[in-house]
Each structure stands twice: as C-alpha cells, then as structure tokens.
Design a binder for this molecule. Structure first.
Ligand SMILES: Cc1cc2nc3c(=O)[nH]c(=O)nc-3n(C[C@H](O)[C@H](O)[C@H](O)COP(=O)(O)O)c2cc1C
Length: 365
C-alpha cells in the first residue's frame, strides 16, 4: 500500500513534467458552432452560471479528480480548492483509497473543505476498490461514509480506470461484480453518485447500465486529453520495465473520444460532465452545445496549481473569457441557450457517430 502512495506522487510528477497528452484527438476540431454576425446581446451581460445537482455554479466548470493521499497533495488541493471557492465552481478530489490504510493522510483531502467551505466538493474511490482484489479487501460502506465525512462531500464519484489498471504491473485485474458494487454504494449514500471515467470515455450502452445501477451524474472523461496509459508508460520507463513501458505506449491512445462519449452518454438522460482534453473555453462551449451540463478539467489545472494560486486564477479567467466570447459569437446569452444551439459535426467524429448508429439529428436537439 505504501507503493500506492509513491505511485500517486509519481503520477503528479510525470503529469506535470512530461508529454502525456493522447494523440487521438478529442474531436473538437470536428465540432462547429455557427457564427452569428448580429448577436444582439452585450458581451458583458452573458451569464455563465448554471444550476447543477441542486446547486448554483457561477461557471459551468468542475476541477476534475487529481490528487490526495501524499504530502505534496496538501498544497495542491488547498490551491485548487481556494480557486473553486473564489470562482463558485466545483472540485472533485483524487482517489481516497489511501485513507483505508493510512488515515493520518486525511489532511491532504480535508484541506479542500477548509479552503473551500462553500464549494461543491466530490469524494472519489475507484470501482476496482469496491471489490476484493489480489492482496486487498473490498472497501466497506463504513469506509466510504468516512471518505464523504472527511471532506463534507456534496457528491461521491466512483472512477473507472481499467485501462490504467491493465497497463501497470501492480494493477487490479478483477472487474467482475463492479456494477453490483456501484449499485450498492448508490443505495447506501444520501448524496448524488457520480460515475467517472479517467480518459477512455463512456459509451451509450454503459451509460444506460450505470443509470440503471444508481448513477446520478456521468463524468465521461473521454479520450484525447491526458492519457493515463502514457503516464504509466513513463513510470515503467523510469524503472527500466520495458514490457510495461510498451504496454502503456500501445494503449496510449485507446478510448472513445470526448466528443463522441459526450453525445453517447447524454442519450442516457443523466446530467453529463464533459471532460478529457477540455483545453480552452472554446472546447467548453462546444461541449455545452453538445448537451453537457458542466465541463471538467484536470491536468492543465494541476500544472498551474504546482506553480501557485495566481497561475490557477489566471488560467480560469482566460478560460471563462474564451467561453463567453464563444457564447457571444453564437448569440447565446446563457448556458441554457448555448445548450439549445445547433452544432455542425464533421469528419472523423461524424464517422464515429454514424458507425455507432447515433441519430445525429436527435443528438443535436
Ligand atoms: C495526476 C493525475 C491523477 C489523477 N487521479 C485521479 C483520481 O484519483 N481519480 C479519478 O477519478 N481520476 C483521476 N485522474 C483523471 C482525471 O480526473 C481526468 O479524468 C483525466 O486526467 C482527463 O482529464 P484531462 O485531459 O483534463 O487531464 C487523474 C489524472 C491525473 C493527470
């Protein structure tokens, strides 16, 4: 289990110092918002706020799950949470499974609530940890309740990361029973249950299955942004583990691109967080126009957080400016109106959707 803590610190280091961006493309280049040359709205009146999970968000952004459970995570989570509080947005914490064996690491998570007394905070645990694995027992409902308590969580996210588990030597290989375990957690907790991917996306069929099993929000985390397989490839390379370096490289670009997964998962009728390779406010505008309720950003904010609070604030201000310009030029005075705008989908994304049998007209309504 000490290994798990070391691994988290390594993920942080690799993600902020090396190229771990998937080369598959999220699909944003295929999505177009038709330009409105006479929008008849004033740019400074554009309202970026949204209602989400019964709460008011000043901007349609949530900081995606990043870290916790090691010494460096304290300052990073404090910085990110302070920004979440300042901007009136949400924040997902990194996996809380290290707390099972090391309760003294609580502060690396609880610091987020201290720094953001009013922000919407989301706890986090991997689906693989909900079932028994070789060498580790299944996480209990009592432990999960404790994760929620530690940060005063407004929601809990169960993450799916079988791609990453498959390309790391110590990865959990068992997945039978995860769906049932997710349903058990959904029934046991009194806050919304998010189910989130970690860079490989969620299909329509899996989204419907998750809805049937108690998920109340899907954070799709599609392919095209940070590749956790590439992170693992770098980690294996640093240990001269050539086999696992190769496995990570082979699957570096695996997954359902974010654009496709956003449209597919939306068909479930659940609220959607579009994430995985959201790199600008223009990407966010496209995701919202495709029907996402919020967008999530992970690694770009981590890179800013290691530099300090001002860097995070600067990144977010620029991001929100880009989003508001895209809304202005689309004649959308609010996020709700943006969500009703027709989008044009071309190229590779269109081919993906057609081959999956997606009704493009219905997807655009
Ligand atoms: C260093 C690092 C650690 C992460 N840890 C977690 C985690 O503990 N739980 C989780 O659900 N996702 C985790 N993720 C995945 C992100 O939440 C996100 O889904 C993924 O990075 C794609 O978003 P991005 O392209 O904006 O980085 C992690 C990502 C990074 C880069």
């Amino acid at each position: 289990m000490e290994q798990a803590i070391e691994r988290k610190a390594e993920h942080l280091h690799i993600s902020t110092t090396m190229d771990v961006e998937a080369k598959v493309g999220q699909g944003w280049e295929d999505v177009h918002l038709p330009h409105e040359c006479l929008p008849e709205i004033d740019r400074d009146e554009i309202d970026l706020s949204v209602e989400f999970c019964g709460r008011h968000f000043r901007y349609p952004l949530i900081i995606s799950a990043l870290t916790g459970g090691h010494a460096k995570a304290v300052a990073i989570n404090e910085t990110l949470a302070k920004a979440a509080e300042h901007f009136g947005i949400g924040m997902e914490l990194g996996s809380q499974s290290p707390l099972i064996d090391f309760p003294h690491l609580e502060r690396s998570y609880s610091i987020a609530r201290e720094a953001a007394p009013n922000a919407f905070l989301v706890g986090n645990i991997g689906a693989s940890r909900l079932i028994q694995q070789q060498g580790s027992a299944a996480c209990t409902l009592e432990q999960i309740q404790r994760f929620i308590q530690v940060i005063g969580a407004d929601a809990l996210a169960i993450h799916l990361n079988l791609l990453q588990e498959s390309v790391m030597p110590e990865g959990d290989a068992k997945a039978k029973g995860c769906t049932e375990a997710i349903a058990r957690v959904a029934q046991a907790i009194s806050i919304p249950l998010f189910v989130k991917e970690t860079g490989a996306g969620i299909s329509k069929a899996q989204a419907l299955k998750l809805k049937q099993n108690g998920a109340s929000v899907l954070d799709i985390s599609g392919a095209g942004g940070t590749s956790m397989a590439l992170v693992e490839a770098h980690r294996a390379a640093s240990r001269q583990n050539l086999r696992y370096e190769r496995l990570g490289q082979t699957f570096a670009h695996w997954g359902i691109p974010t654009v496709i997964s956003t449209i597919e998962a939306k068909a479930s009728g659940l609220p959607i967080i579009a994430s995985g390779g959201i790199r600008s406010g223009l990407d966010a505008a496209k995701a919202l126009a495709l029907g996402a309720n919020l967008v999530g950003v992970a690694r770009p904010l981590l890179s800013c957080a290691v530099k300090g609070y001002e860097a995070v604030v600067d990144w977010m201000e620029t991001f929100f400016s880009e989003l508001s310009i895209a809304m202005f030029l689309s004649a959308a005075p609010s996020v709700k109106e943006l969500q009703q705008r027709k989008v044009v989908i071309l190229g590779r994304s269109r081919e993906w959707l057609e081959q999956l049998g997606c009704d493009l007209r219905a997807a655009n309504e």
